[in-house]
Design a binder for this molecule. Structure first.
Ligand SMILES: *[C@@H]1O[C@H](CO)[C@@H](O)[C@H](O)[C@H]1NC(C)=O
Ligand SMILES: *[C@@H]1O[C@H](CO)[C@@H](O)[C@H](O)[C@H]1NC(C)=O
Ligand SMILES: *[C@@H]1O[C@H](CO)[C@@H](O)[C@H](O)[C@H]1NC(C)=O
Length: 312
């Protein structure tokens, strides 16, 4: 008889613990592995350590790239995650960005230094660098993001099925409305995904294509931002199609303003073309010089002869 009340108390305690755990599980951040959430009535309120502060975030959709980059560039509390070796196509890689309160990149970025430059809405540098007085009049929108992936097996899969699987992954996993996936194309093992979303098309609530690119790049590199219980998969008939080597290209509504002499590794293809053009130019120059040289020599000879004739 004396055991029963104790037992009841124990059972009640156990029950409480289980319920609170269940509640904790109900309220977690679906879009950041380090998101810290607490149930508040029916709402789930989440925060993320970004820089030195805990920043409130909306965990129902991808977290803005500016916040993610800031978090990553800061060794702060969360610890510094190891970076995969594959570099971004955006020339500068990581910097510590200045974000607006809503997670949009500020047009001018200085990486906490005296050197500043202008970025697009994807946070990628689009001008030369200058000093603290460098002016950026507007944040130019990246309206087109190309995601290039490479398939990591050669299983033959009908194109239409693979296209649908990729589109489903993008709409379900990153919450991007399907209308912004304008094309998916294959070329051997390469997959090209075009995401287009211009200023007039995007409503404030729509996920930004630049954020989708960032999440996808991390997923394919095996360094996901989304919690591991929701793995990245491209499922065709229930079977994952493995992909690797993500490359992201950004195209802005206005042409970038980076002068040639400052171009770095990311635009190596352009430089190669320029070098080829210069070599071709030199070859042409040398050839024409040679011909000209012959004429000049001939002329000199004639002149000499004329001189001789004159003096004789
Ligand atoms: C930003 O600053 C960090 C630390 O000073 C540096 O390692 C990084 O290269 C800088 N990035 C750019 C794009 O200047
Ligand atoms: C934005 O895209 C829509 C649909 O593709 C197009 O009709 C519209 O002209 C575009 N607006 C701008 C400003 O480019
Ligand atoms: C590609 O596939 C090979 C063989 O299955 C595997 O060992 C490798 O880890 C894969 N690479 C990537 C980046 O997934």
């Amino acid at each position: 008889m004396t055991i029963s009340p104790l037992f009841r108390l124990g059972a009640a305690l156990l029950c409480c613990i289980l319920i609170s755990q269940a509640l904790g599980q109900d309220c977690s951040c679906n879009f950041h592995v380090k998101g810290d959430c607490q149930a508040n009535g029916n709402a789930c309120v989440c925060k993320l350590p970004i820089g030195p502060d805990l920043t409130p975030i909306d965990c129902t959709k991808p977290i803005p790239k500016c916040f993610l980059m800031k978090r990553e560039s800061n060794p702060g509390k969360g610890g510094r995650r190891p970076k995969p070796e594959n570099a971004l196509v955006d020339n500068d890689g990581l910097y510590n960005p200045d974000c607006e309160g809503n997670g949009i990149f500020k047009a001018r970025q200085c990486n906490n230094t005296e050197t500043c430059w202008c970025v697009n809405s994807a946070g990628v540098r689009r001008t030369d660098k200058g000093d603290k007085n460098w002016k950026c009049t507007e944040l130019v929108r990246t309206f087109w993001v190309i995601v290039q992936l490479t398939r990591n097996n050669t299983d033959s899969i009908p194109e239409a099925d693979l296209k649908k699987a990729i589109a489903d992954t993008i709409t379900n996993r990153y919450k991007l409305p399907a209308k912004f996936i304008t094309n998916i194309e294959f070329e051997g093992p390469l997959i090209y995904i075009d995401l287009k979303q211009n200023t007039t098309e995007k409503t404030p609530n729509d996920v930004d294509i630049a954020d989708v690119g960032y999440y996808m790049e991390k997923d394919v590199k095996g360094d996901p931002i989304i919690p591991l219980d929701n793995p990245f998969q491209i499922l065709v008939n229930g079977k994952n199609v493995p992909v690797k080597e993500p490359l992201i290209y950004y195209i802005d509504e206005k042409p970038h303003e980076i002068s040639m002499k400052r171009l770095t590794a990311g635009v190596i293809a352009v430089i190669v073309v320029v070098v080829v053009a210069i070599v071709a130019g030199i070859v042409v120059l040398v050839l024409t010089r040679r011909k000209k040289g012959r004429y000049e020599k001939a002329e000199v000879k004639e002149m000499n002869e004329m001189q001789k004739q004159l003096t004789s």
